[in-house]
Each structure stands twice: as structure tokens, then as C-alpha cells.
Design a protein around this ligand. Structure first.
Ligand SMILES: [Mg+2]
Length: 225
């Protein structure tokens, strides 16, 4: 058993991954979308601030009026509201759409594997399409390893996984050691707060470098530098 919930399995099937073609499995927030800056703007408008002291949300969000640090349920509630209100208009990371387009043109199949709340799946798909990234979206919950392993097995070809979250690299390497894992954090200020996880195979700093590393991981050559 792969432990995947039925709702996730249905989306994985619907992603239409073809056998024998190289596969890119990409996270969305902080890889394709400028999540953190947008989230921080959102909470600042509501009387909260972000500390930028570590690579996590919980512990870094404060109520401006009294400096109180929000606990996990409170941060989770802010995140739910943020995605409900903003999922469709989080700005894209510059260069991502162009790089993905070049990779797609040389035969790479692309699936976006995101942990956005399930209610925002359509909003995320709309936002990706609007920003010239019209790729299949799979909404996952928790560890990404089982879903990534399922996709890579379906492709039966070289596969690469990109994510800003260290835990997701641990999960993917554990579930499918053959998937190349690239750690990427789009926002420089956030990137400075997290080291490359040991489970990852590389940590490109920019989309051009990431594009090059993706292609190299898949045994291809492509635009980047
Ligand atoms: Mg992310």
C-alpha cells in the first residue's frame, strides 16, 4: 500500500503522467509563487508582523498590538484565510514560467505538487494558468513522498523534485530514493534562514540555475546557466 488517500490518488491519475518521459514534480509556494512576501503583506494589513528569525511560520508571527507570538492553530487560521482570499493573486516567481516552458518544450512533463488547502485547488490551477504555467495540479496533504513516488513510478523515467521545505525532501528521498531532489527557496531573505537538507541533491539559488540543474538531473540540456 502506498498510503495515499483516495482524493489524492484520483488527482495523481488525472495528472496524466505518461510512461517513458522525464518528469518534473514542482512545489508551488516559494518555488513558482512568491508566497512569503505576499503572506507577510497580508498579515501586516491585519495587525500582525513576521519576525524572519527562522524558516517556519509558527513562532515568527506576532500580534503587533502586544507582541504576543501566535500559536500553531492561530497561524494555521491566518494561513487558511490567506489562501482563501489570495490564492489566485499571489505573484509568480520571476523566470519560473519561462524556464518551465523551455523544459516542457524539450519533452519534460511537469506536475505541480502543492500542499495548499484542498478548497483552493481550482484557484491555484487558475493562478498557474494565468501566469503561463498551465500544468496539472495535485493537492497533497502532509508528507509529499508517497505522491512523488507514485508519479515517478508512473513516469518510469528520470524524475526530479523541487521544494523549499526541508521535510519534503526527507519524505521524497525516503519514499523514492531515485528521484533527484533540488532544494529551492525563491525569496532570498527566507533562503538565508534554511540550510540545504541532507536529503537534497542540490540547492540552486536562482531560476536560471535551477533550470540548468533540473535539465542535468533529467539527463537533458536546457537554456539555464
Ligand atoms: Mg513551498
Amino acid at each position: 500500500m502506498n498510503g495515499l488517500p483516495a482524493a489524492t490518488l484520483a488527482q495523481l491519475e488525472a495528472a496524466g503522467v505518461e510512461f517513458g518521459r522525464p518528469l518534473l514534480i514542482s512545489d508551488a509556494d516559494e518555488v513558482l509563487f512568491r508566497f512569503v512576501e505576499t503572506f507577510v503583506d497580508h498579515i501586516e494589513e491585519r495587525g500582525y508582523s513576521f519576525d524572519w528569525s527562522s524558516f517556519r511560520l509558527t513562532g515568527n508571527v506576532r500580534r503587533t498590538s502586544d507582541g504576543a507570538v501566535l500559536d500553531q492553530p492561530q497561524v494555521f487560521a491566518l494561513l487558511q484565510t490567506f489562501f482563501a482570499e489570495r490564492a489566485e493573486d499571489i505573484p509568480p516567481v520571476p523566470g519560473a514560467a519561462e524556464a518551465l516552458g523551455r523544459l516542457a518544450r524539450i519533452g519534460v512533463q511537469i506536475v505541480v505538487l502543492t500542499n495548499i488547502p484542498a478548497a483552493q485547488r481550482d484557484a491555484r490551477r487558475v493562478a498557474l494558468a494565468r501566469n503561463r504555467m498551465p500544468y496539472p495540479v495535485v493537492v497533497n496533504s502532509g508528507d509529499k513522498g508517497p505522491a512523488a513516488a507514485w508519479l515517478a513510478a508512473r513516469a518510469g523515467a528520470p524524475a526530479v523534485f523541487i521544494d523549499d521545505g526541508p521535510n519534503n525532501h526527507v519524505s521524497v528521498k525516503q519514499a523514492a530514493p531515485g528521484i533527484a531532489c533540488l532544494h529551492f527557496v525563491a525569496t532570498e531573505r527566507l533562503a538565508g534562514l534554511v540550510d540545504m537538507p541532507a536529503a537534497a541533491d542540490g540547492r540552486p539559488a536562482t531560476w536560471p540555475a535551477l533550470e540548468h540543474a533540473i535539465a542535468a538531473s533529467l539527463g537533458l540540456t536546457c537554456g539555464g546557466r
